[in-house]
Design a protein around this ligand. Structure first.
Ligand code: 13P
Length: 260
C-alpha cells in the first residue's frame, strides 16, 4: 500500500483579509511547532482568498513555516479579457501548491458543472499545481441511498481524460453537501463508504498504482472532536475543513490528529 501522507487542508472560503491571514498563519505555525508537529505524519495546508496569497507566501517562505497553501478557484482561461478572473499562471507564480476546484459552493452559486471542473483540474495540473477536486451528494440523494452511484458518476466526469499519473498526484475531496457548515458530520462509516468506493473506481479506471497513491479527503463539519475517528478509516486520507480552520488553535488540533 502506498504511503499516503494525510492532507489536512483548511478552506477559509471568503473569510480573513490579508492582515488577519498573517495572524492566523503565524498562530497556526506556533501551535504546530509547540506540539513538535511531524510533517511526515500529516500535511497542514490552507486554501485562502486570492488577496491573502502573497501575504501567506511571504510568511511561509520567509519563516520556513511547515505549511503549504493554495487557492480556492482558478479561471479556465490562460489570460485575456476575463474581468475578475485569476489564471493558473498567476497562482503558480505565487507558489501555490494546491487549487480547490469544484467546491459545492462554486457548483451551486456559480453554475460549475462536472465538465467545467474537469477542465479546471486540467488547467491546474498544466500549471504544475495539485487540484483538490470536490465531489459530494446533496441530502435528497443521501436520503434515497444513492450516494455511491451519484458520487462515482461525478468522479468519472471530473477525472475524464486524466492520466493515471495525473490522478495519482491529485486530491479528491468527498464533501457531502448536507454536512457542510451544518454541524452535521457524516459518520466515519458514511465517509469510508464513499471514499472507499471512490478509490475502487480509480483502480477500475486507472489501475492500482493510481488508486493507491491518490489522496481522498473527507469534508463537512470536521472538528478536533471528530477528526480522529474519521481519520481511522482506511480510505480517508485527510480532511477539507471549513469553519474550524478559521481558528488556528482548533485547526492545529485537527492537523495533529495523529498524536492522539
Ligand atoms: P465546514 O467544515 O464548515 O462544514 O465546511 C466544509 C467545507 O466546505 C470545506 O471545503
Amino acid at each position: 500500500m502506498a504511503n499516503r501522507v494525510p492532507l489536512m487542508a483548511g478552506n477559509w472560503k471568503m473569510n480573513l483579509n490579508h492582515v488577519e491571514a498573517a495572524g492566523v498563519v503565524q498562530k497556526l505555525a506556533w501551535s504546530l511547532k509547540d506540539a513538535k508537529h511531524d510533517a511526515s505524519q500529516s500535511e497542514a495546508a490552507v486554501m485562502v482568498p486570492f488577496t491573502d496569497l502573497r501575504t501567506v507566501q511571504t510568511l511561509v517562505e520567509g519563516d520556513k513555516l511547515p505549511l503549504t497553501y493554495g487557492a480556492q478557484d482558478v479561471s479556465l482561461h490562460a489570460s485575456g479579457a476575463y474581468t475578475g478572473e485569476i489564471s493558473a499562471d498567476m497562482l503558480a507564480k505565487l507558489s501555490c501548491a494546491y487549487v480547490v476546484v469544484g467546491h459545492s459552493e462554486r457548483r451551486d452559486y456559480h453554475g460549475e458543472t462536472d465538465e467545467i471542473i474537469n477542465e479546471k483540474a486540467k488547467v491546474v495540473l498544466a500549471g504544475g499545481m495539485i487540484p483538490i477536486v470536490c465531489v459530494g451528494e446533496k441530502l435528497d440523494i443521501r436520503k434515497a441511498g444513492e450516494q455511491v452511484p451519484f458520487v462515482l458518476a461525478q468522479v468519472d466526469k471530473v477525472l475524464a481524460d486524466l492520466s493515471a499519473e495525473q490522478v495519482a498526484s491529485l486530491v479528491i475531496a468527498y464533501e457531502p453537501v448536507w454536512a457542510i457548515g451544518t454541524g452535521e458530520v457524516a459518520t466515519p462509516d458514511d465517509a469510508q463508504e464513499v471514499c472507499g468506493a471512490i478509490r475502487a473506481r480509480v483502480a477500475e479506471l486507472l489501475g492500482a498504482e493510481a488508486s493507491d497513491a491518490v489522496r481522498i479527503q473527507y469534508g463537512g463539519s470536521v472538528k478536533s472532536g471528530n477528526v480522529v475517528e474519521l481519520m481511522a478509516k482506511p480510505d480517508v486520507d485527510g480532511a477539507l475543513v471549513g469553519g474550524a480552520s478559521l481558528d488556528p488553535e482548533e485547526f492545529a488540533k485537527i492537523v495533529l490528529f495523529y498524536q492522539r
